[in-house]
Design a protein around this ligand. Structure first.
Ligand SMILES: C[S@@+](CC[C@H](N)C(=O)[O-])C[C@H]1O[C@@H](n2cnc3c(N)ncnc32)[C@H](O)[C@@H]1O
Length: 291
């Protein structure tokens, strides 16, 4: 066996690699990135294709490529856009400019819908306002008996949802490009659906303070409409009431201040129970209502 090639002049040994990552973290911290060490490590691992702790060094292509990615992140491009991927419940999903990046609070919302779906052998599950298809894909993967239908109004998001769902759960999710709040959408399924899950736009006007969200997430994915952001969520409650069968479950993500209004909307729409669940930080985050 021939001896390995000696490191080239621009290759990094393990110490130089770690020093480059520490330096990147300092640059990201100075730029105001909230989790600079984690982001610096994930960007490095993206290029290395392996965990940093297992990496003995990097080739000569690494440093220029790494500095370019770190520069984008320092310019406050969201990490998921720089990497081209995002995660929900352990699934790696593709990200695309103009499509909403799934958030940690949706982990719990998707989990609640999955639990309701897994209680039945062959449930019909509808994900309204599916965006990238993240929730729909998670339901399909974690509730293997489910048939999943996902609805999204934006063409680019619907295309991405089809790609994500087809890669993660081939043949299991139908993505429909339509207005989720229109009575004609999935009208053939009225009264037949076991679980409706939705993370719709729900922010009240003027409530986005985070610069990355304001610059990179589409407005139609953020603001729910009306004085309190509730126009789309309340319309989704109404559409879910028509879609669900008796005993069917609605799980609807919302802003922490919208719990009482949405419990009231659910009761007014004919749901038998309406409760508010909390996210991982303990804030009111979703409606769980039984038809
Ligand atoms: C907050 S994002 C959530 C996306 C995805 N459910 C998730 O959790 O990542 C809301 C999504 O709803 C879509 N949307 C907004 N209004 C809609 C409507 N009336 N019908 C269908 N989709 C809608 C937006 O385009 C956006 O993709």
């Amino acid at each position: 066996m021939s001896a390995p090639d000696p490191p080239g002049p621009s290759s990094l040994d393990r110490y130089q690699l770690r020093a480059a990552v520490r330096s990147a973290a300092r640059r990201l911290a100075a730029a105001g990135v909230a989790s600079p060490e984690v982001d610096a490590r994930l960007l490095a691992e993206h290029l290395l294709g392996a965990p940093l702790v297992l990496s003995d060094g990097a080739g000569e292509d690494f440093l220029p490529a790494y500095l370019a990615l770190v520069g984008r992140r320092a310019g406050r491009e969201p990490l998921q856009h720089v990497l081209g991927v995002m995660w929900l419940r352990g699934l790696e999903l593709q990200v695309r400019p103009g499509v909403f990046v799934v958030r940690p609070e949706t982990e719990v919302v998707a989990g609640e819908a999955i639990e309701a779906a897994r209680a039945l052998p062959t449930p019909l599950v509808v994900d309204l306002c599916t965006g990238s298809g993240a929730i729909a894909a998670a339901v399909a993967v974690e509730a293997p008996g489910a048939r999943v239908v996902a609805v999204e109004i934006d063409g680019a998001a619907a295309a991405l949802a089809r790609e994500n769902c087809e890669r993660l759960a081939p043949g299991r999710v139908e993505v429909v490009g339509a207005d989720a709040t229109a009575p004609g959408t999935l009208a053939d399924l009225d009264g037949c659906v076991d679980v409706v899950v939705s993370n719709p736009p729900y922010l009240p006007p003027g409530s986005v303070e985070d610069a990355e969200t304001a610059r990179y997430d589409p407005r139609a994915a953020l603001f729910g409409g009306g004085r309190d952001g509730l126009d789309v969520p309340v319309a989704v409650v109404g559409r879910a009431a028509a879609l669900l069968c008796g005993g069917g479950v609605l799980v609807l993500e919302h802003d922490p201040g919208q719990g009482a209004a949405l419990r009231q909307a659910a009761r007014a729409a004919g749901f038998v129970t309406a409760d508010t669940g909390q996210d991982l930080t303990g804030r009111d985050r979703y409606l769980r209502a039984v038809r």
